[in-house]
Write a protein that binds this ligand. Structure first.
Ligand SMILES: CC/C=C\C/C=C\C/C=C\C/C=C\C/C=C\CCCC(=O)SCCNC(=O)CCNC(=O)[C@H](O)C(C)(C)COP(=O)(O)OP(=O)(O)OC[C@H]1O[C@@H](n2cnc3c(N)ncnc32)[C@H](O)[C@@H]1OP(=O)(O)O
Ligand code: FAD
Length: 558
């Protein structure tokens, strides 16, 4: 859970080679990387810039006389900073640097760079590399820094699947300006399943513990109740169980789309790139945020013992919450999706609704009202309505400011909170729709019934959470919201008997969970005592600090 020093080798280094190195280059590098004869990482972020990639400062200047690129770190802010596995483990890196050929700045490009000797593992001359120090979590990963002092690499180390520099310095452009960002799009496509998995771990711990923990009464005179029987506890945990399933289903879809994109790009078709970029930008942001919230609620749902490291939930939280920042800070990525939404609105206004992609076609179709009692399809229409309403409002705000003479960037900034709200609603609609589609496809009728209950819980919880938007223009009445509330409480109670099976079905082993509270056998109290006794502070009855500090204090006459 604390991460693995080779994680980025598999998660980004190899995928970057697969997507960006030419077949010829990969004959040399890929097999070696796959056999782990070389260990790599993905070095893009710098001390001064992570979000705004156009301002990366590391330069790769082509020297036509030697047919080499000269990598250089011009100032302190240009040091690579954060890449996982860079500090101590990797001897190679895919380095993203601003490429300069014949004095022309051609923007960020990826290069394969050797950092350390393959035998001694010592850093090479011209390279400064090290670890950036302890972090909130992920401390088994050596996130690192890296500087170049006019460090030379062969021309052929530019990853040349999509763009090239010929020996004479002729630049051959890629088919899409952002194709070099593919390693990031890949990780973002995988993040919904990855984060769903983190949330699932925390919930497994909290739900199991909530059936062991007895405290208080619902009806007097009986045995104290399992805390999972409290409606508040169910409300804290069950909507997140639904989300963990929903994120996993949505993630399967984005992984499939990424694989399709890879194939299409190889045939020169880059049309899916903008759609997938927008979709994964929104999804990674909403999913990481809701996962962090869900894990924190799971921790609190375990009361005092949730705060102990014996719960292990704090470590899961630390790792998962990193996802709000890495692969694109969440606000920044929500604004990327917002660009796509605003463009879609502009298309509709220009009478070009027919050109809209399937995920945004609903923005052009108005619905007057819904009858929620008819079922999930009506909820989808309600989600579409709130997302459409907010997307149009935010877009109109931006477009009005533009029209009034504001500069584009200023108008954008003044509309940005509203735009991020639109992105979230659009993404939550997507999650609900993929959840619905996935449940409809389940063949086993008993499984389908339980998952349908979770789906109903999800749509009621989500609609209630978006109620402000739905009430704003009178789309939903307060009596409809009362119906949503009643449905929500109905499904909390209905799911209760299946709650443990729903989390057990994720099949985490005790070794994976590392939680005293979440043990499969439920022997929490005995093991909490054993865990506490094993604490380093309990190795001796009397600590050295007693002689050193406590006694002088206690014996002092002052
Ligand atoms: C197999 C398992 C995989 C994953 C694991 C899952 C879960 C995790 C589990 C364990 C994790 C273990 C280890 C992983 C841990 C950490 C890994 C972290 C690695 C990193 O963080 S790497 C660094 C990531 N950095 C970023 O994400 C930077 C964010 N910034 C950007 O991406 C860009 O700067 C930008 C997109 C914000 C802006 O780019 P720009 O300035 O170049 O572009 P513009 O804003 O001007 O936009 C122009 C135009 O281009 C479009 N665009 C931008 N990007 C793309 C893209 N990628 N594809 C397609 N199109 C793109 C943009 O939309 C604009 O279009 P428009 O038409 O003009 O509107
Ligand atoms: C655990 C972890 C692992 C990482 N692994 C890697 C790795 O392997 N390789 C790698 O290269 N990098 C890695 N990173 C770096 C990571 O990708 C960046 O930190 C991330 O992209 C955010 O960039 P930043 O740090 O520049 O944030 P900043 O952009 O400085 O963000 C600070 C604040 O400014 C806001 N902001 C910035 N730009 C805008 C804007 N245009 N509009 C509105 N608000 C804005 C943000 O929303 C945020 O609130 C890792 C980071 C972490 C935490």
């Amino acid at each position: 859970m604390e991460g693995h020093p080779l994680a980025l080798h598999d998660v980004m280094f190899i995928p970057a080679l697969v997507a960006q190195a030419s077949d010829e280059q990969n004959k040399k590098w890929l097999r070696r990387a796959q056999r782990r004869e070389i260990v790599g990482c993905y070095a893009q972020t710098e001390l001064g810039h992570g979000s705004n990639l156009r301002k990366l400062e590391t330069t790769a200047t082509y020297d036509v006389s030697t047919q080499e690129f000269v990598l250089h770190t011009p100032q302190i802010t240009s040091l690579k900073w954060w890449p996982g596995g860079l500090g101590k483990s990797s001897n190679y890196a895919v380095v993203v640097a601003n490429m300069i050929v014949k004095e022309k700045h051609l923007g960020p490009h990826s290069f394969l760079v050797q950092l350390r000797d393959e035998i001694t593992h010592q850093s090479l001359k011209g390279i400064t590399v090290g670890d950036i120090g302890p972090k909130l979590s992920f401390n088994a990963i050596d996130n690192g820094f890296l500087g170049f002092d006019n460090y030379r690499i062969p021309r052929t180390n530019l990853l040349m699947r999509h763009s090239r520099v010929e020996p004479d310095g002729t630049y051959v452009k890629p088919p899409h300006a952002k194709i070099n960002y593919s390693a990031m799009v890949r990780v973002r496509s995988h993040m919904a399943t990855g984060q769903g998995n983190f949330l699932a771990q925390a919930l497994t711990i909290a739900v199991r513990y909530s059936t062991v923990r007895r405290q208080g009464f619902i009806e007097s005179g009986e045995q104290e109740v399992k805390v999972l029987d409290y409606q508040t506890q169910q409300h804290r945990l069950f909507p997140s169980i639904a989300k963990a399933y929903a994120f996993t289903f949505a993630g399967y879809e984005t992984i499939r789309l990424y694989e399709q994109l890879l194939k299409e790009v190889d045939t020169g078709n880059v049309s899916l790139m903008a759609d997938l970029h927008a979709l994964t930008s929104g999804l990674k942001s909403v999913v990481t945020h809701q996962t962090a919230q869900g894990i924190e609620q799971a921790r609190m749902a375990c009361g005092g013992h949730g705060y102990s490291q014996a719960s292990y939930i704090s470590e899961i939280f630390g790792v998962a919450v990193g996802g709000c920042t890495y692969e694109g800070e969440n606000m920044v990525m929500l604004l990327q999706l917002a660009r796509y939404l605003v463009k879609s609105v502009e298309q509709i206004k220009a009478g070009e609704s027919g050109k809209l992609g399937p995920l945004v076609a609903y923005l052009a179709v108005k619905v007057d009202g819904v009858d929620l009692e008819k079922g999930v399809e009506e909820y989808m229409k309600a989600f579409q309505h709130v997302s459409r309403l907010q997307t149009w409002k935010a877009s109109e705000k931006f477009l009005k400011l533009l029209k009034s003479g504001e500069k584009r960037e200023v108008a954008w900034n003044k509309s940005s909170v509203e735009l991020t709200r639109a992105s979230r609603l659009h993404t939550r609609l997507y999650i609900a729709e993929t959840f619905k589609r996935s449940v409809q496809e389940v063949a086993d009728p008993r499984l389908k019934e339980v998952l349908t209950d979770l789906l109903h819980l999800h749509v009621n919880y989500e609609l209630l959470d978006m109620a402000t938007y739905a009430l704003e223009d009178g789309f939903l009445s307060s009596s409809q919201l009362d119906y949503v509330r009643d449905q929500l409480y109905f499904y909390l109670a209905k799911i209760r008997p299946n709650a443990v099976s729903l989390v057990d079905s994720w099949e985490f082993s005790d070794m994976q969970l590392r939680s005293v509270l979440g043990r499969r056998d439920g022997n929490v109290y005995e093991n909490l005592v054993a865990w506490a006794k094993a604490s380093p502070l309990n190795k001796t009855d009397v600590l050295p600090s007693v002689e050193k500090y406590l006694k002088p204090m206690m014996n002092s006459k002052l």
